[in-house]
Write a new protein. Structure first.
Lengths: 302, 246
């Protein structure tokens, strides 16, 4: 069952088009990432899904409901983490959770949630005294305290150090295991690659591509590159004779082989036939980063 | 507990964790009354102010001070902070409407005001022999209307303030002229006629005079009730029109 259906969505602000003809669906139980640079229309798209903004054109259905007409019903069932939203400095962690859980008809047990998110020891701390990572975890806890079927998390790990970021990623996987469908807005390639089942690539308000991370990477005609140190003499022409190999270069003891297709298989069998051992063998593949460049013509990091 | 009650209790907790806020709104006004009452000359009847004592005049002035602190200083800076930190927006993604937070702030402020106003009137009566309000209904009517007018001004400040700092700034800028016309520095009875006439048309000038009249047994004058009502309606409508949630 589709949890979210976005069909030909349009949204413009006074001076600019924010979202132009975007369509996608999010399926039950998946982690769906909306990826793109700043100003790509990611936040506008999810804010329409959340019912915070109205669309200018197209239709959006969330859990089969209309985000504008059925606001009250959806707010019970959709958990939201907003970009740059804070709590009062003096509010204690447990007070925030107790308060927010009182808003919902069937809340989750906030004490368990605190334990699961590693915040139990901080339950009496005030919001203003928490580290960035702890504030972020609290924000995730508040998005989950209503026992939502769908969690929409915007810029989950912005401003976190790499350790805290990895910690939060682990949490999101746990959330999915609880059966919650997760929509993630991010401009971190690594985040989408690590977490998402599927990625929607937005750029300039348009949907550029939508696929699994691996699927996006395979769309670009990516060259692979193998690097190794041969244990004995190896002539270049043996390698270049392989149909998968495009070029061979050497740096000191290292041999670099560029090519496509079943490159690794071809090279290793060749080495085996010649009784050469490849030390320090490494294969370098295109990443989602490269896919983004290929699909939009520019780099993601802004 | 209902959601609104829970929000109100939370707001009260947060307010009581801010020592500067509760000192000026809750402790300072009764303290000021005690200090003024300790000055012997202020406890002597004075022919120039119609045979009343200075301390008699200060009870309604300090009641006005409490309401102004809570409505025009505390409320806007909280609401502007909540908007600035995205708390109102965050609430609008939950089943609770962000307006509930405004109501919770109002309920919290009015509860605090009721306690401190009772304290101020009580200290006056017990410690300095000031009169209990003779026209009780008139006194309560004046009190409610003054609070309503000041809270309307407070919501308007919260509506137009660009930031939390801006709200605190506007609140402070309004505080001094409002309290001046209330008679905090020179009681209305000692003001030149022209200043008193101007004061009649300000919310606190009208409010304090209405409280004073009711204390002395008279029904508040229609002019003062009309000024308070006009401020309440005018500022209230403007606030409702201009308030931004984000």
């Amino acid at each position: 069952m589709a949890i979210i259906e976005v069909d030909h969505l349009h949204k413009r602000y006074r001076d600019a088009v924010a979202v132009e003809d975007v369509s996608f669906t999010v399926e039950q139980g998946e982690i769906f990432a909306i990826l793109g640079p700043n100003g790509a229309g990611k936040t506008t798209t999810v804010e329409i899904i959340e019912g915070l903004r109205t669309a200018d054109g197209g239709t959006v259905r969330v859990l089969g409901l209309d985000p504008q007409r059925d606001k009250a019903a959806l707010r019970q069932r959709v958990g939201v983490q907003l970009q740059q939203s804070q709590l009062p400095e003096q509010l204690k962690v447990w007070e925030a959770l107790e308060l927010y859980s009182s808003f919902y008809d069937r809340p989750a047990d906030w004490r368990r949630l605190l334990e699961q998110l590693g915040l139990w020891d901080k339950r009496n701390a005030r919001y203003g005294k928490l580290s960035g990572g702890q504030q972020q975890r609290l924000s995730i806890a508040l998005a989950l305290v209503g026992n939502p079927q769908l969690a929409v998390l915007d810029e989950l790990t912005t401003g976190l150090d790499p350790n805290a970021r990895r910690e939060v990623w682990g949490l999101i996987e746990q959330v999915r295991e609880r059966g919650v469908t997760v929509v993630l807005v991010t401009h971190f390639m690594e985040e989408a690659e690590r977490l998402a089942d599927r990625v929607a690539l937005l750029d300039g308000g348009r949907l550029v591509a939508i696929d699994t991370p691996a699927g996006l990477v395979s769309r670009i005609d990516a060259e692979q590159r193998i690097r190794f140190r041969p244990s004995g003499p190896l002539e270049d022409r043996l390698l270049t004779a392989l149909p998968q190999v495009r070029a061979v270069t050497r740096t000191g003891p290292w041999v670099f082989v560029n090519g496509t297709g079943d490159l690794l298989q071809a090279v290793t069998s060749l080495l085996a036939r010649n009784q050469i051992v490849a030390a320090g063998l490494r294969i370098e593949q295109a990443s989602l980063d490269d896919a983004f460049v290929a699909l939009t013509g520019r780099r993601l990091d802004n | 507990m209902s959601r609104l009650a829970k929000l109100t209790v939370t707001e009260a907790k947060l307010f009581l964790r801010d020592p500067i806020g509760w000192f000026f709104a809750l402790v300072f006004p009764p303290l000021l009354l005690v200090i003024l009452g300790s000055i012997p000359a202020f406890r002597e009847p004075d022919a120039e102010i119609g045979g009343l004592r200075v301390i008699d005049l200060y009870v309604p002035i300090i009641v006005g001070l409490v309401l102004t602190m809570l409505a025009v200083s505390v409320l806007p800076s909280y609401l502007a902070t909540y908007r600035e930190r995205g708390i109102l927006r965050r609430l609008s993604t939950t089943p609770v409407r962000p307006a509930s937070l405004l109501l919770a702030q109002l309920a919290m402020g009015l509860t605090m005001a009721a306690v401190v106003v009772s304290l101020v009137v009580g200290i006056g009566v017990v410690a300095f022999g000031t009169a209990m309000p003779e026209q009780v209904v008139g006194f309560l009517a004046a009190l409610v209307l003054t609070a309503a007018a000041l809270y309307a001004v407070g919501f308007l400040v919260a509506a137009v303030a660009p930031s939390a700092k801006g709200a605190a700034g506007i609140g402070t800028v309004l505080f001094f002229p409002m309290m001046f016309f209330a008679g905090l520095w020179v009681p209305r009875e000692a003001m030149p006629e022209v200043l008193r006439r101007i004061g009649d048309f300000t919310p606190l000038g009208a409010g304090v005079q209405a409280l004073q009249d009711a204390t002395n047994g008279a029904w508040p004058r229609p002019l003062h009730l009309a000024v308070l009502t006009a401020v309440m309606v005018g500022a209230g409508l403007a606030a409702a029109k201009l308030f931004r949630w984000e």
